[in-house]
Design a binder for this molecule. Structure first.
Ligand code: ADP
Ligand code: MG
Ligand code: MG
Length: 339
């Protein structure tokens, strides 16, 4: 019998449009003899759109409004074998939707509440990975209340890390709200921007030199496998939103031209991080490789990475011999296995 899949896409985060692009790829790739797929687009206001509006949103690439309250529509998810929440960022990749689906008793692709929530928050991720002995850049947490009441203590944290440093909202993706701060004169603007997007902000020391950025895909539940290592190259100062989403600004190199022992280390660390964070199904684990010093530092773990046919995660597994549609079918199997 065909498996009935509910594909959730869009959502309330800054990555709404990216999610819709991924959803279109998945819809086109799921083998129709095995799967009966129903897409539901979630508007930017967080409402679940009925079929005609969903179709329209998929075609236009955005859904600003419309739809029904989430709890009303979630009940209708009950008849499905599995949900594929192809949602990025807060209110989708952060354990909230995963909690709803867990309560509703429906299997879903990807990490559960714990793995999703911890991996979404860059500070929590760093704390868990540090306790697993995984090397990372130096960092400090600041909360919005501190920035309002004791801004000098936040500025002090930055001084301790030294410049240049990165200021990031703790719970976001796609480089939204991230600034590279070159000196103390740029610090306040960066903090104001990050705090306008999140209560929690992370300040991070920059790697000793401009790092090479390498990424690994992980696939599986309790016996996960690692893909080959991929590398992103670009001209920009760092991998900002524009560089990520403007055609031709970045190039993907698979496999990354790395010494064999560095590639092996990166893959081993990615698997260790996946386990430490209690991830499931899939994740893309991103690293900084500082060629000058040989350091490998874990940057972040994305539990629902970009998933168009040209995105890094599917490309990494394609290089390992798994086609896009086989990959999607495998993810559904992994979701059902976790029941
Ligand atoms: P996002 O979740 O939005 O992708 P990242 O933490 O991956 O956020 O940061 C986005 C980009 O900023 C990275 O890919 C890298 O180019 C740059 N960057 C972030 N933190 C650092 C750092 N500590 N040192 C050097 N570059 C960094
Ligand atoms: Mg991210
Ligand atoms: Mg990133």
């Amino acid at each position: 019998m065909k498996k009935r899949i509910l594909l959730l896409a869009g959502g309330q985060s800054g990555e709404h449009e990216v999610s819709l692009m991924s959803a279109r790829s998945v819809l086109a790739a799921l083998p129709v003899d095995q799967f009966d797929v129903t897409p539901v687009v979630i508007s930017k206001e967080g409402r679940w759109l009925p079929p005609t509006q969903t179709q329209h949103a998929l075609e236009s690439g955005v859904a600003d409004s419309g739809g029904d309250l989430v709890l009303h529509r979630a009940a209708s998810a009950e008849g499905y074998d599995a949900v594929f929440p192809i949602l990025h960022g807060p209110m989708g990749e952060d354990g909230t939707v995963q909690g709803l689906l867990t309560l509703a008793g429906i299997p879903f692709v990807g990490s559960g509440v714990l793995g999703s929530a911890v991996s979404m928050d860059k500070v929590m991720t760093k704390q868990v990975l540090a306790s697993a002995g995984i090397a990372q850049v130096a960092w400090r947490l600041a909360v919005r209340r501190d920035w309002h009441d004791r801004p000098d203590s936040v500025r002090q944290s930055a001084q301790e890390l030294g410049f240049p440093l990165f200021v990031k909202p703790a719970n976001l993706g796609s480089s939204v709200g991230i600034s590279k701060v070159h000196g103390s004169d740029e610090l306040d603007d960066a903090l104001t921007l990050a705090f306008s997007l999140d209560r929690r902000v992370i300040l991070e020391a920059m790697t000793a030199h401009k790092p090479r950025e390498v990424e690994v895909g992980i696939l599986g539940n309790d016996a996960p496998i690692a893909s080959p290592v991929g590398e992103l190259r670009f001209e920009a100062d760092f991998y900002d939103y524009e560089t990520k989403y403007t055609e031709g600004r970045a190039t993907m190199h698979i496999p990354a031209p790395l010494p064999a022992e560095v590639a092996a280390q990166v893959r081993e660390l990615a698997l260790r991080a996946f386990r430490a964070l209690d991830c499931a199904g899939l994740a893309r684990v991103d690293f900084f490789y500082v060629e000058e010093t040989g350091e490998v530092l874990l940057n972040e773990v994305n539990t629902m990475p970009g998933f168009t046919t040209t995105s890094m995660y599917p490309k990494l597994f394609e290089a390992a011999g798994l086609s896009y549609s086989d990959l999607v079918a495998r993810l559904v199997e992994l979701a059902l296995e976790r029941r």
